[in-house]
Design a protein around this ligand. Structure first.
Ligand code: ADP
Length: 611
């Protein structure tokens, strides 16, 4: 496999090779130049030197010949021999250094001429001894021309070498011009080649990388249909293959997730559709984004028509809309008082009642994108409740008359009991009396409660001083408190503003709360009645330091028949607080309890300040 690294190395290797070729070529040319110059020096200079020295030696030999002819034979002959040796030495060197065409012929001629010259000189010496005049003529006619021809030949040899030297220098010049030219051409071509190759290599590397980058960008934007082309088999090709494989897997995963999300969505839609309660989802702009058939039926619309519509267009209930706004703003389900969460929708004569719950939706980042509205049809429950109350009311009403006559009869019997009945009979009669009293109280409570619940009790509202109400209630309870040894404190200012209330009913509530406090506080305890203004409300509270109420019962203490110790000897029915609550509610007030078991309790209720 040709790896990416090999490709780069090959690329740079090629460039390196080109540089080596150019360098070697330059070296070859420089060497050639050097060699040419060297040969000029070595070969030609030696020949020139030899020629010059031979000329020199020949001239001296000629002078030595003249010296002999002038009568100085011994000196002339010795100088001649010295120079003859020198001449022959230089001639030998010239012979060893034949490099130029024509040089060989010249040396050959010179050799022959010099040999003849030597013979003629020996002849001249012999002749000189016999006849001096003839010798002088022979010198002039034979020896001198021979000497001249030798000198000329030497000059010819020198000139030939001179010319050759000049020609070689010219050649070296030419070679250097050629070298510059060829190096420039090859160097230029190499630079061009390297540039082209670098461009090609960078393109080769950058193209797949750019393609990968573009593809990754597409994938990041959610387009999984991209494919990177795979070229060759190097690492980049492998990377492209792996990338394509990864995108394929991502696509599968994405499709699978979408499939799962769609399945989940269908499932929850099916659940919402199948629920009998009305479910509507409202977004943060109060537009309905989902509505199940039950909710559509409640609102009297078609589900498709009401989608993306403002909730107020479908359900004109400002109070509910207010709660919805509150839920979206706070992200918490709204705090609804009893009755506030009931939506009544009238269709013609009939009215249907729905219990409304609001659940805020919350994303993991804490954003509230909407609220789920749940509407439970409680029409039947309410009807049942009404029927039950009606039954209780009728039953207690029907029981009251016979109970009154039983009570009268028992009281009559008790009057004559002392004289007419035995002790045992009297005890039985007393028990009967107590039970009748308790039964009457229960029946009365039941009747009161059911009447209030059914809205059948007419309240006579009037402006009244809170202090007056408290004084009234205390006067009822005072004797009882004294006999039990419990201290009563009154902390209600005289100057509190008047409240709008039915005095009889509120005194009843106060007496009930004080009676409870007395009942569940031991002798020596304290009970206080306090009053204060808070905004547009007067808060009245009864505090005792009695046994208190267990925490688990506290939230339900205002419900009917709730007692800490059921069927206790206190004679209570478990309806007192329920009646109190109904009365306070009818005054548009609220009632609540704060109690620490073993430490005591405080019951507080509110009344509106009179306008
Ligand atoms: P009852 O007629 O039984 O008093 P109530 O509705 O008035 O009925 O009271 C319900 C129950 O609440 C009582 O049975 C009693 O257990 C508890 N209770 C009410 N007031 C007090 C109080 N001040 N201290 C302790 N327990 C109390």
């Amino acid at each position: 496999m040709r790896t990416f690294r090999t490709k780069i190395l090959l690329g740079y290797g090629a460039s390196l090779l080109l540089i080596i070729v150019v360098l070697s070529w330059a070296v070859v040319l420089i060497l050639r130049l050097g060699r040419a110059s060297e040969s000029i020096l070595r070969e030609n200079y030696q020949s020139i030197q030899a020629a010059e020295n031979m000329i020199d030696a020949a001239e001296r030999q000629d002078s030595a010949t003249l010296l002999i002819l002038l009568g100085y034979e011994p000196q002339g002959a010795s100088e001649f021999r010295e120079n003859e040796t020198l001449f022959l030495q230089w001639l030998g060197r010239a012979k060893d250094n034949i490099t130029i065409p024509g040089e060989k012929e010249i040396i050959y001629t010179l050799e022959k001429a010099y040999a003849r010259y030597l013979i003629e000189i020996s002849n001249l010496q012999l002749l000189y001894r016999s006849d001096r005049l003839k010798a002088a003529n022979a010198y002039h006619e034979v020896v001198l021309p021979l000497f001249r021809s030798i000198r000329d030949t030497c000059i010819k040899l020198r000139d030939l070498n001179h010319e050759t030297m000049y020609a070689t220098s010219n050649r070296a010049n030419k070679i250097s011009v050629q070298a510059v030219f060829s190096i420039s051409v090859i160097g230029g071509a190499s630079v061009l080649l390297v540039i082209v190759f670098s461009l090609f290599l960078s393109h080769l590397i950058s193209r797949p990388v750019t393609e990968l980058k573009e593809a990754a960008l597409q994938v990041a934007q959610g387009n999984y249909d991209v494919k990177v082309p795979v070229r060759g088999s190097d690492e980049l090709a492998l990377l492209a293959t792996q990338f394509n494989l990864m995108v394929e897997k991502l696509k599968q995963f994405h499709d699978m997730n979408i499939g799962r999300i769609i399945a989940e969505k269908r499932k929850s839609e099916a659940i919402i559709r199948s629920v009998d309660d009305g479910i509507a989802v409202v977004d943060d702009n109060f537009l309905i984004t989902n509505l199940n058939p039950a909710a559509a039926k409640i609102f009297g619309v078609f589900p498709e028509d009401s989608l993306e519509k403002h909730i107020l267009e479908v359900l004109r209930d400002e109070k509910l809309f207010g709660f919805l706004k509150e839920t979206l703003a706070s992200g918490q389900p709204p705090h609804l008082e009893e009755g506030e969460n009931i939506l009544t929708i009238k269709t013609g004569e009939a009215a249907r009642h729905y219990q409304v719950s609001m659940v805020p939706m919350r994303t993991p980042s804490g954003v509230i994108p909407g609220v789920v509205l749940l509407l439970r049809d409680i029409t039947r429950l309410r009807e049942l409740d009404r029927l039950k109350s009606e039954f209780v009311m009728t039953a207690s009403h029907e029981l009251r008359t016979p109970l009154t006559s039983i009570n009268m009869a028992v009281n009559l019997l008790r009057e004559s009991a002392e004289t007419k009945l035995t002790d045992q009979e009297r005890a039985l009669l007393e028990a009967c009396h107590e039970d009748v009293q308790r039964l009457r109280a229960l029946v009365n409570d039941l009747l009161d409660l059911s009447k209030i619940e059914a809205g059948k009790v007419e309240l006579a509202f009037e402006p009244v001083q809170p202090r007056f109400l408290c004084d009234q209630a205390l006067s009822v309870i005072k004797a009882q408190a004294d006999s039990k040894g419990i201290e009563l404190t009154l902390g209600v200012p005289q100057d509190l503003p008047e409240v709008t209330a039915d005095p009889h009913k509120i005194v009843w509530v106060l007496v009930n709360l004080l009676a409870n406090a007395l009942r569940y506080t031991n002798a020596g305890g304290h009970i206080s009645l306090r009053g204060e203004r808070v905004g547009n409300q007067i808060h009245l509270s009864v505090t005792d330091d009695g046994e208190g109420i267990p925490f688990d019962l506290q939230p339900r203490i205002f419900e009917k028949f709730v007692q800490v110790k059921p069927s206790d000897s206190s004679g209570g029915s478990g309806l007192g607080l329920a009646i109190c609550k109904e009365i306070v509610k009818a005054h548009r007030g609220a009632i609540w309890l704060e109690s620490l078991p073993g430490k005591g309790s405080t019951f507080t209720f509110t009344l509106p300040v009179a306008a």
